[in-house]
Design a protein around this ligand. Structure first.
Ligand code: NOJ
Length: 501
C-alpha cells in the first residue's frame, strides 16, 4: 500500500511562493537495498592544480585565462583543490554513506598534448590514488571520460568539428581503459554532449566559445556520436571480457511540458531536438526523423546546397546504434512549451530549427541558477517518457541538484528539492515501472560553475574559496541525504517495507 505524506516544509515555503508544493505528497515506500545513492563532480570544476605535475592546458584554462567571459572573472586554477584534497573528499563521501562517486578524468592531465604520444605518469598516479581511496572505502567509481575539458592542442587541431577527433578520443579512451579498467566497472564516455556542441560550437556560451549557430553544433555532434560509439566498441571488443564493466553516455534534458493540448507536438519536437539528438542514434538508430526533416527543409529555404544536419551512412547508423549498457540521465528542471509560428528564414540556428517557444512559471520555486526551478513532477514524466521512447533502458540519474547563492540558511529549499524529486523517482519506479537503478546528487562540493564561476553553488558541502585550505562545511541537506541513504526512506518513517522489491 502506498501512503502519502504532506510536506513538512509547507509553512516555510507557502509564504514565499504560490506553488502547490506546500501540499506535495511524498512517497513513503522505501528504495530497494541495492538502489545506488551517490554524488558527482567533474575534473575542471573541483581539481585545481591546472598546470601542476605535467598537466597540459585545456580549453577552459585558455578561456578563463584569456577572456573576460566568466561572470566573476574566476578560474578553475585552484577550484576546490581536490587534486590535493581527494582523501578529504573521500572521507566526506564515506561519512555520507554513498554507494558511488561520479567524477571525471581530465584528458590533459593524463595526456598533456591531448594525443596519446605522451602519458603523464603523475596524472595517472592521481587517478589511481583516487580510485584506490574510493575502493578502500567501498565506494564505486563512476568515471566520466570527458566532461567538457578538451585539451587545447586537440582544439587547435580542429577540435570537435574535425573528423580526426574520433581517432584522438578513441586513443584516449583506450589509454584510460588500459590504465584504470581493472578497478572501474561503470564508464561514461561523454557528459552532456549538447553543452559541448550547442554551447561550445553553436551559441558560444561555453568554451571554446565558437559562434557557428545552426552549423557548428551539428558537425560537433556528428563527430562526438561517432567518438562515443568508437569508445564503446573498443571497450566491448578489447576490454569487456577481462574487465567486466559497463559503459554508456550521460545525456541531459529538462522536462518539456506542453502549455496546452495543442502544444504536444511542439513539446515532443523539443524533446527530440534536445535529448533525441543524442539518444536516438544510440538507442534507436539515426537522428530523429523530425530533426532530419525540419533541418533539411529550412536549410533548403536558406539556400544551402545540403542539409546543415550531416547524414550518417547506413554503416554508421548500425555502428552507433546499441552502444549503451545503461543510460546516464542528467535533469534539473522543467519548461512549458508552445509552438513558435514558423521562425523566419534568415540566419540559421538550432533554436529556430526547433520552432518552439519555452518558459518557466513564476510560481515554480527558483534556485540561484536562472534555469533551475523546483519542478519534481517533471522528473517522473521524463523518466516515463525515456522508458517509452528508448525501449526501457536501465537508467541511473547521473545528476540532479539545486543551487544557492551562498546564503543557504537552513537549506530548506534544497532539502525540499531532493525530497520531492526522489519521491517522483520512487513513483516512477513503483508505479510506472521505470528501471532506475541509482541517483546522483550534483554536487558533492560547491565548485567552479563554468561561465558563472563561483556565484552559483550546487554543493552538499560549502567550500570556503577565500581560505587557502578550501575548507569544506556541511550544509543542512547533508543530514537529510545521509538519512535517506541509511533508511532508504524520504519521510520520518516509511510504513511499508519494500526492500525486497
Ligand atoms: C551539468 C554539468 O554536467 C555540470 O558540470 C554542471 O555544473 C551542472 N550541470 C550544474 O549546472
Amino acid at each position: 500500500m502506498r501512503v502519502l505524506f504532506v510536506l513538512v516544509f509547507s509553512c516555510l515555503l507557502a509564504t514565499c511562493f504560490a506553488d502547490d508544493l506546500d501540499d506535495y505528497e511524498i512517497n513513503n515506500n522505501t528504495f530497494s537495498e541495492d538502489f545506488l545513492f551517490g554524488t558527482a563532480t567533474s575534473a575542471y570544476q573541483v581539481e585545481g592544480a591546472w598546470d601542476e605535475d605535467g598537466k597540459g592546458e585545456n580549453i577552459w584554462d585558455r578561456l578563463t585565462h584569456t577572456t573576460e567571459l566568466i561572470k566573476d572573472k574566476s578560474t578553475g586554477d585552484i577550484a576546490c583543490d581536490s587534486y590535493h584534497k581527494y582523501k578529504e573528499d573521500v572521507a566526506l563521501l564515506k561519512d555520507l554513506g554513498v554507494s558511488h562517486y561520479r567524477f571525471s578524468l581530465s584528458w590533459s592531465r593524463i595526456l598533456p598534448t591531448g594525443f596519446a604520444n605522451k602519458v603523464n605518469t603523475a596524472g595517472v598516479t592521481y587517478y589511481k590514488n583516487l580510485i584506490k581511496e574510493l575502493k578502500d572505502n567501498d565506494i564505486e567509481p563512476f568515471v566520466t571520460i570527458f566532461h567538457w575539458d578538451t585539451p587545447q592542442p586537440i582544439h587547435d587541431a580542429g577540435g570537435w568539428t574535425s573528423e580526426f577527433v574520433v581517432d584522438w578520443f578513441a586513443d584516449y579512451a583506450r589509454v584510460v581503459f588500459e590504465l584504470f579498467g581493472e578497478d572501474v566497472k561503470y564508464w561514461l564516455t561523454f557528459n552532456e554532449p549538447k553543452q559541448t556542441c550547442h554551447e561550445g560550437y553553436g551559441s558560444a556560451k561555453k568554451a571554446p566559445a565558437i559562434s557557428s549557430p545552426g552549423v557548428g553544433e551539428y558537425l560537433c555532434t556528428h563527430n562526438l556520436l561517432k567518438a562515443h560509439a568508437r569508445a564503446w566498441h573498443i571497450y566491448d571488443e578489447e576490454f569487456r571480457s577481462t574487465q567486466n564493466g559497463k559503459i554508456s553516455i550521460v545525456i541531459d534534458t529538462p522536462w518539456y511540458e506542453p502549455a496546452t493540448e495543442d502544444d504536444e507536438d511542439a513539446a515532443e519536437r523539443k524533446r527530440q531536438f534536445v535529448f533525441g539528438w543524442y539518444a536516438n542514434p544510440i538507442f534507436n538508430g539515426d537522428y530523429p526523423e523530425i530533426m532530419k526533416t525540419r533541418i533539411a527543409e529550412r536549410s533548403e529555404l536558406e539556400g544551402f546546397g545540403e542539409s546543415r544536419l550531416p547524414a550518417f551512412t547506413k554503416d554508421e547508423i548500425d555502428y552507433i546504434k546499441g552502444t549503451y549498457d545503461y543510460l546516464g540521465l542528467n535533469s534539473y528542471s522543467s519548461y512549458m512549451v508552445k509552438t513558435d509560428p514558423e521562425p523566419d528564414i534568415g540566419s540559421p540556428s538550432w533554436d529556430d530549427d526547433t520552432g518552439i517557444y519555452e518558459y518557466q512559471l513564476d510560481d515554480w520555486i527558483p534556485a540561484a541558477s536562472d534555469w533551475v526551478r523546483v519542478t519534481p513532477w517533471g522528473m517522473r514524466k521524463l523518466l516515463a517518457w525515456v522508458k517509452k521512447t528508448y525501449n526501457n533502458p536501465a537508467i541511473i540519474i547521473t545528476e540532479n541538484g539545486f543551487s544557492d547563492d551562498g546564503t543557504y540558511g537552513d537549506d530548506a529549499t534544497r532539502i525540499l528539492y531532493y525530497q520531492t524529486y526522489l519521491s517522483n523517482v520512487l513513483d516512477a519506479i513503483i508505479e510506472d515501472e521505470v528501471n532506475v537503478f541509482g541517483y546522483t546528487v550534483w554536487s558533492l562540493l560547491d565548485n567552479m560553475e563554468w561561465m558563472v564561476g563561483y556565484t552559483e553553488k550546487f554543493g552538499l558541502y560549502q567550500v570556503d574559496f577565500s581560505s587557502k585550505n578550501r575548507t569544506r562545511t556541511a550544509k543542512p541537506s547533508v543530514d537529510y541525504y545521509k538519512k535517506v541513504i541509511q533508511t532508504r526512506c524520504l519521510v520520518d518513517t516509511c510504513e511499508t517495507d519494500t526492500k525486497k522489491r
